[in-house]
Design a protein around this ligand. Sequence first.
Ligand code: GDP
Ligand code: MG
Length: 181
Amino acid sequence: YNKKSFSKASIIVVLIGDSGVGKTSLMNQFFNRKFTEQYKATIGSDFLSKEILVDDYVVTIQVWDTAGQERFQSLGVAFYRGADCCVLCFDVNDSKSFESLDNWRDEFLIQAAPQDPENFPFVVIGNKIDVEESKRMVSQKRAMAWCQSKGGIPFFETSAKEATKVEEAFQAIAKIAVEQE
Ligand code: GDP
Ligand code: MG
């Protein structure tokens, strides 16, 4: 029989962004296919991991979530170190969370201190696109212009609530991180 052979890879992804944008919900949707309206600062673990297929690779993707401490303090070096991809998250209905992306990106580059900061793989996620159009504060155009100004960061719009593009975003994140290895 034909047995396709897969290489193995292992990647670490960190999710950062203002409190309330939906980082924990994105994790919960990707790993558990669940969504809850209830506000919970954390789902109780520092990271979750699973195996996914990316091209000819079996990739163990390990995603780190904050435990809610982004509200009060810096996350600390230990949180950022070793990341292969940094996902900057905002809420498309909250301009402030979008305007914070610059700070989050700077913070990551300072704390993680990657070898090649110019080419480090970031991804931007604009979450909560299920909310009614009239409440939207950050247009796709505006978000894409920011991503372009930072060297062409890939941009995804998601809804953790309705599971829109969550799988696709994480699949793309894994691919970007694997290609970086
Ligand atoms: P975090 O602080 O970034 O981890 O954000 P959470 O995942 O805790 O989410 C904050 C709040 O936003 C919670 O009440 C979630 O239910 C809600 N939320 C998260 N994602 C979405 C989404 O895609 N759509 C909507 N409508 N609400 C969301
Ligand atoms: Mg959270």
